[in-house]
Design a protein around this ligand. Structure first.
Ligand SMILES: [Zn+2]
Length: 180
């Protein structure tokens, strides 16, 4: 849990003491740089057969790996607002927060320019969709497909939080399948 890529204080450019992974303290000005995880949102979007909408990542990290719709929460947004915005931007669908059912939070960590500690907030999108309901943003979304949970190779899934929410959905499929 150590960051190797941050060295300098964002307030004064002094050297940071990196010995505590939760908070880096500036040796010059004493600035406390808290290392909280970044919240992201993840969507389980389903069709009538409980298959899950997966896409392929168009860019690094993990270009070409399976991914779910979602993304980072913007400043000032709730998790629900962030997911509704992402679904509109990436897939052209209008969802309201009442359509979302919170499933749980899922941890992840990856390196992209800096080490990122991620807390993925996972939601089931309750309405069921057909492929023709979507208007995908081709610059962001590649190869969208509904996949049966039994056909997904988890080693092909991009990140730990995406793998975890997928497994959680699969393990609780009987419960989620009844929800409309
Ligand atoms: Zn400083």
């Amino acid at each position: 849990m150590k960051s190797f890529n941050l060295k300098y204080c964002p307030a004064c450019c002094g050297e940071l003491d990196l010995s505590d992974y939760k908070v880096f303290v500036c040796r010059s000005c004493g600035f406390h740089f808290y290392q909280n995880p970044k919240p992201t949102v993840l969507a389980i979007v389903r069709d009538e057969k409980d298959r899950v909408l997966f896409t392929r990542r168009v860019r690094d990290p993990k270009k070409g790996f399976l991914d779910l719709l979602g993304g980072f929460v913007d400043p000032g947004e709730s998790a629900e607002e962030a997911l509704c915005r992402e679904l509109k931007e990436e897939a052209g669908v209008n969802i309201s927060p009442e359509d979302l059912l919170y499933m749980g939070s899922f941890k992840s960590r990856y390196f992209y320019q800096v080490d990122l500690d991620i807390l993925g907030l996972g939601f089931l999108v309750r309405p069921r969709f057909k492929m023709e309901d979507f208007v995908f943003d081709k610059t962001e979304i590649s190869d969208p497909k509904f996949l049966s949970v039994y056909d997904v190779d988890v080693d092909q899934i991009s990140f730990p939080d995406v793998r975890s929410i997928f497994k959680f959905y699969k393990n609780n499929l009987k419960y989620y399948s009844r929800l409309n």
